[in-house]
Design a binder for this molecule. Structure first.
Ligand code: GSH
Length: 243
């Protein structure tokens, strides 16, 4: 019997865990969202115990991480590199898998830069204690970095035929692109609206992903947590300034 997938991530936010959740959900894979459960071997305590546990050969610096049998693996893109072939969410050839990974790592860079708009100086400080720097950082993000990243992914998509970001079919990269556009619509609605006509194929891709039956079911379920201002993307209007 193949071991059930166990995801470990902060309960209460979508965060980086959501890229892994979406893949598991879209594939209809049995999994446990361990830190959100209670009982023996579950919850946040279990998450911390595993991070520092003697059985964890290479400990993660932080969540998300995945346990599959006795194998523990962290880094979002790395987890998806592992899950992709097992869930049928990437093509078969090595070049295609590595290109999917390339795109996923680039999405992770975008996620980090979006995060750093509200935490430009230190993750350990509140947004309120780094507001001036946050505003300055966000201005460059919205004007320079976001158009660059989204323009890049639009080009990649068009070059690949316009339907999928990589290979000949749906992949975890398409799911992650959907998730990021959903987060941007929450955190940077004005900036995204301004860019809309430059990324028509990406937006169409996100709508196709949103309409996938298992994604529809997942988004309507209590397993999908709402966006909030404790998350990667935050609805701070001061950061969503175009001028
Ligand atoms: N590059 C890693 C980043 C992981 C990460 O930053 N995790 C956050 C939560 S989303 C965390 O709790 N990190 C602990 C820390 O950096 O101290 C990934 O993509 O998985």
């Amino acid at each position: 019997v193949p071991a059930v997938y166990e995801l470990f991530y902060w309960p209460g936010i979508q965060g980086r865990g959501e890229f892994v959740r979406l893949a598991l959900e879209d594939a209809g894979a049995p999994y446990l969202d361990v830190a959100r459960l209670s009982g023996r071997g579950r919850g946040m305590k279990a998450m911390f115990a595993l991070m520092d546990g003697p059985g964890t050969r290479v400990p993660p610096l932080g969540p998300p991480f995945l346990r599959h049998g006795r194998f523990v693996l962290s880094q979002t893109a790395n987890i998806l590199l592992y899950l992709g072939p097992r869930l049928g969410l990437v093509g078969r050839s090595e070049p295609e898998r590595l290109h999917a990974h390339q795109l996923q790592l680039t999405l992770a860079d975008l996620v980090a830069e979006a995060h750093d708009t509200h935490h430009p100086i230190a993750v350990s400080l509140y947004y309120e204690d780094q507001k001036a720097e946050a505003h300055r950082r966000a201005r460059h993000f919205v004007r320079e970095r976001l158009p660059k990243f989204l323009g890049y992914f639009e080009r990649v998509l068009v070059k690949n035929g316009g339907r999928y970001l990589v290979g000949r079919g749906h992949s975890y990269v398409d799911l992650s692109m959907f998730q990021i556009l959903d987060g941007l619509a929450y955190g940077f609605p004005r900036a995204l609206t301004r860019l809309e006509r430059r990324i028509p194929r990406l937006l169409a891709l996100a709508e196709r992903v949103r309409a996938r039956p298992r994604v529809v079911a997942y988004l309507a379920s209590p397993r999908r947590m709402p966006w909030s201002d404790d998350d990667l993307f935050r609805a701070y209007p001061a950061l969503d300034q175009l001028a």
